[in-house]
Design a protein around this ligand. Structure first.
Ligand code: WT7
Length: 685
């Protein structure tokens, strides 16, 4: 096939085919060549987009009104009145929502406020999130509805009706029971984005075990730390998964982690890729072999849980080196995620809904798995990279499966935006009705691209602000809400949220301040696993007199009450929407033999939002070099994981510190950006 004609079908690429000639080598396959060209073009196209005057003309203050079609079918038709009522009667509001779920036994008390900040919701209620996510659908028309459509990166497809999902979950649950899994025990899941990842989570919940999903981008050491902190005995993994056409090994990482984890007894492995893995007899089991045994029966009773019983732990980064496990419970989490998902994403029985996050993050827990399944939705899961083999992989799937709602992150939007409009344009993505964004502030530029190129100016952008700690959306528009690019708009029902100064006074409209949540909500974390003091210190100490929750973000509110999130004010860095702690990064860095001391800072990055920049002081006897920088970058990847890869490491003779010895990261950041260094009065001589 002639290369030129292969390229001509893309109008963007064909314009400039002079670019292609250096790449013409007979041994390069047409597919590989095409990929290379696409990547070459990405850079160019992106800068073109960035400087395009047509785009810059749009003022951020322009208000985008939802179309009549969207408004007419919205599940919630009015915001202001219901919001005001909900904050005056939060318990009544939430009791009504809880009433739409099934309970083994209804609650005696909606909210117990007697021991703040440990609020307890639906006290005395008996439920299990599985009762609502699966069991009740088996008795109605959803039984034969698709619960899950999954596509692997190589193109393989698997689908599960609610009936089939139940069967798989029951089998897995019975296998876990046969391994001695007990109610309340923490089971670790470290998996690629395959159906078994979701099935494993649901199976744990069904038997009352607590899942702790560790994101696949973490190293064996980070995994071992999390296994050990949770005293986990069983880990569920896969031999590997596919990403950008390559196998990413997982079982081999788990094997190394298990060597560091004395509590670990059993590992169940899904065969996904067929890559060679070491299996130890008596410890390691293949899932498919277990499923062939009589123990893997198709029926399993759902365990009745108290509202306050733990559903899962999710580790997230904070301002110390030790990651913390946030606890979410069966009762409150069920009510909060199902309600927010139904109202904000306006889910309809016929919808196909795709949250393109990893189930291993809170977004996946709340809005791939639990919220949507409780609402009886059809969910989509895709294993691999959005740009594989070409940058329209997502748009192809939107067309192929007829996706109506697509929820993703600014970092994914930016990475697709740089390839230009021709990629979404060449697919019929007109099934889309709503688009969503989460994880970091979305720039007005990326917002408008998403709105125009993907949403064809018909789909509202649902920018949702929330956190691992909050369990679900805290500030988010409804489909009927007029939108301002870069603003997550207004608080969800029942929540009083504000921007305040150090003392807790409300700041003026348009001024930056600290974002606080003033009222309890059912999705709120029940605390940090086995560390109540850290929970109090981190989130409640700063405004303890007022009893407010400290979010760790700064924000502005405008005259219309719209919130604009600016970013973290603590020592947390958001890289591609992933949350990492500077202390975590620095302590790994300091383990490198060449390093005396290191400081991690976040610098702005076109694609990732922020990237990690490290300033390192070398030990005597080492000299700075490109090789050493590379070695240190690989050290981070090896010890914390690929998501913590620093963009750049620079070397310094010393770090700026306060007289009490605290590193002044603010000064390092200003220096790196060439900005004024600000107040240096506390700097050590
Ligand atoms: C932090 C929480 C909640 C799911 C994914 C992240 C930032 C989150 C937005 C948004 C601006 C956002 C905040 C927040 N963030 N959503 N729509 N606009 N910033 O969960 O890893 O717990 O991170 O993500 O900084 O505090 P997480």
């Amino acid at each position: 096939m002639c290369i030129k004609s292969a390229l001509c079908f893309d109008p963007v690429l064909a314009k400039d085919d002079i670019y292609l000639f250096p790449l013409l080598k007979p041994e390069v396959s047409i597919q590989k060549l095409y990929q290379q060209i696409v990547v070459c073009f990405a850079g160019n196209n992106y800068s073109l987009l960035k400087s395009s005057p047509a785009m810059e003309n749009n003022s951020d203050e322009k208000i985008y009104y939802p179309s009549q079609a969207v408004i007419e079918q919205a599940n919630v038709q009015e915001y202001e009145k219901l919001y005001n009522w909900s904050v005056e009667n939060p318990e009544q509001f939430w009791a009504e929502q809880a009433d739409s779920l099934k309970w083994y036994k209804k609650w005696d008390q909606v909210l117990d406020r007697s021991n703040p900040p440990f609020f307890s919701w639906f006290v005395g209620g008996k439920t299990n999130i599985i009762l609502n996510a699966i069991d009740r659908h088996l008795e109605n028309a959803n039984r034969n509805k698709l619960a899950l459509i999954w596509e692997g990166e190589p193109g393989d497809v698997r689908t599960f009706s609610y009936h089939a999902l139940n069967r798989e979950v029951c089998q897995f649950a019975n296998i876990l029971k046969s391994m001695g899994a007990k109610k309340g025990e923490v089971i670790t899941i470290y998996m690629p984005q395959i159906p078994e990842q979701i099935i494993a989570m649901l199976a744990c919940a069904k038997i009352g075990a607590v899942h702790s999903v560790v994101y696949g981008g973490f190293s064996h050491e980070a995994l071992a730390d999390r296994i050990n902190d949770a005293n986990s005995r069983i880990v569920i993994t896969a031999d590997g998964g596919y990403r950008r056409g390559k196998v990413v090994e997982m079982k081999s990482v788990v094997n190394k982690a298990m060597e560091l984890s004395p509590t670990m007894e059993i590992c169940i492995t899904v065969k996904r890729t067929g890559v060679d893995v070491y299996m130890e007899s008596g410890r390691d089991y293949w899932l498919h072999e277990l499923k062939a045994l009589p123990i893997a029966a198709n029926k399993c009773e759902t365990e009745q849980m108290d509202s306050a019983d733990m559903l899962f732990l999710l580790y997230t980064s904070g301002s110390t080196g030790k990651p913390k496990a946030l606890v979410h419970t069966h009762g409150g989490f069920s009510v909060y995620t199902s309600t927010t998902h139904r109202m904000v994403f306006d889910i309809k029985p016929e919808d196909r809904y795709w949250c393109a996050a990893d189930p291993g993050w809170i977004t996946g827990h709340s809005y791939i798995v639990y919220g949507p399944l409780m609402n009886g939705a059809t969910i989509m899961l895709y294993e691999g990279a959005p740009t594989y083999p070409y940058p329209d992989r997502w748009w192809k799937m939107v067309e192929k499966y007829g996706i109506n709602i697509l929820y993703t992150s600014p970092t994914a939007i930016r990475s697709l935006m740089r390839f230009g409009d021709s990629w979404p344009n060449r697919n019929d993505i007109s099934s889309l009705r709503l688009l969503g964004s989460v994880g970091e502030p979305i720039s007005p530029e990326a917002w408008r691209w998403f709105y125009k190129a993907v949403g064809r100016e018909k789909c509202p952008i649902i920018d949702t602000w929330w956190q691992t700690e909050t369990g679900g959306f805290m500030i988010a528009p409804l489909p009927i809400t007029p939108l301002k690019p870069g603003s997550a708009t207004k608080p969800f029902f029942g929540n009083v949220i504000d921007v305040v100064d150090e003392k807790g006074n409300e700041v003026k409209n348009g001024e930056e301040g600290t974002l606080v949540i003033k009222t309890p909500w059912p999705g709120m974390t029940a605390g940090i696993f086995r560390d109540p003091q850290r929970f109090i210190d981190t989130y409640w100490k700063k405004y303890d007199k007022q009893g407010w929750y400290l979010t760790g973000d700064s924000a502005k509110k405008d005259k219309d009450g719209y919130f604009r999130i600016i970013g973290r004010t603590d020592d947390v860095i958001k890289v591609s929407g992933y949350r990492l702690g500077t202390a975590e990064i620095e302590s790994v860095m300091a383990n490198h033999p060449a390093i005396a001391e290191a400081a991690a800072i976040a610098l702005p990055h076109d694609l990732k939002g922020n990237c990690i920049h490290i300033v390192a002081v070398l030990r005597i006897g080492y000299t700075a070099s490109k090789e050493l920088e590379h070695e240190m970058i690989m050290h981070m990847v090896e010890h914390l994981g690929p998501i913590a890869r620093p963009e750049e490491i620079t070397f310094a003779d010393q770090l700026p510190k306060t007289r009490s010895g605290k590193i002044m990261r603010r000064v390092l950041k200003a220096r790196a950006l060439g900005l004024p260094e600000g107040d240096l009065s506390t700097l050590e001589e």
